[in-house]
Design a protein. Structure first.
Length: 312
């Protein structure tokens, strides 16, 4: 059955029936708006849009995969502020011929990813559109900490990474070449493994700046460098290249560091900490902050593509 055959309100009923309220949801889908709770009277908000054929391909990813990716992209932004995600609101623009089952599985993926952090999908909207588009807004709770922005990095800070880099970009390259393995890389493109818990931990450990890596490490660290008015250098030897990535890069004729330095959509967290900070095992140092401006790799300007830009 398609969404046109089901009708808007029938579709909404089918989808919302699959969404369980989380602990912060006081009133979920069914009214004009949802009601969620926050502990310290501040709400962190982020939104993101995924377009079929631009951000995902239905012949590469299942609807459940797309749901995980759509939720993860937004929940990572909340974590990168040092906050704990609490709720998602989803807008679905769908062509009339879209199968209802696809929309249901999308909802399952959204709900499952949100549940990883104790959040839930609390509402949204549907509309007919020739292009399948998913818009997600995430809410978060700072729980008493100050938000970690992009503008606080100081000369002398160390740069540290939580999560993994290059996996999603490697999976994208594999799929683009017509292959479906290594499976670990392809799965990383389909569903990111986001270190959500590391964001609030970093905030409490004194992180001076933080961002999630959605467009590429150099591009996103460049935002911190620009906002903070500092120079940031990363060192290749501080990254661990997994065997699957090295083997795939060799087979495809790609420099694996291109994936690590410029590939996005892993949604790792990268932060700056004062020198001498004792970091948890989830964080590993990958570079340093100095006076000046801009990004360098091993002390030299990077000559390759810096990262993803939607309009280039």
């Amino acid at each position: 059955m398609t969404v046109a055959e089901m009708g808007e309100f029938g579709l909404i009923e089918r989808v919302t029936g699959r969404l369980a309220p989380g602990p912060t949801c006081l009133l979920g889908p069914g009214d004009d708006a949802a009601v969620v709770t926050t502990s310290d009277n501040r709400v962190v908000v982020s939104t993101d849009v995924l377009v079929d054929g631009r951000h995902f391909r239905r012949d590469w990813s299942s609807a459940t995969d797309v749901g995980h990716r759509a939720a993860g992209a937004n929940l990572a932004d909340i974590a990168a502020m040092g906050a704990t995600p609490t709720a998602l609101v989803v807008g679905l623009s769908a062509p009339p011929e879209l199968p209802v089952e696809w929309a249901e599985q999308l909802a399952d993926g959204l709900a499952a990813e949100a549940a990883l952090v104790g959040a839930s999908v609390v509402g949204g909207d549907t509309v007919a559109s020739p292009t399948l588009t998913i818009s997600v807004t995430a809410l978060g709770d700072l729980r008493g900490v100050s938000p970690v922005t992009r503008s606080g990095a100081q000369p002398g800070d160390q740069v540290a990474l939580a999560g993994r880099l290059g996996w999603a970009a490697a999976g994208f390259t594999v799929l683009s070449r017509g292959f479906r393995s290594p499976r670990a890389l392809v799965d990383a493109h389909r569903r990111p493994l986001v270190p959500y818990q590391c964001g609030p931990v970093a905030a409490r450990q004194g992180a001076t700046a933080m961002i999630d890596v959605s467009d590429g490490l150099l591009a996103d660290l460049g935002h911190i460098a620009d906002a903070s008015g500092v120079a940031i250098d990363v060192r290749r030897e501080l990254f661990e290249l997994p065997e699957q990535m090295v083997d795939a890069a060799r087979a495809l004729g790609v420099d694996p560091y291109e994936w690590v330095l410029t590939g996005g959509e892993d949604h790792a967290l990268v932060a700056t900490f004062p020198a001498g900070s004792v970091l948890t095992a989830d964080w590993r140092v990958i570079g340093s902050v100095a006076a000046g401006g801009g990004m360098t790799v091993d002390g030299e300007p990077f000559t390759g593509r810096g990262g993803w830009d939607h309009f280039r």
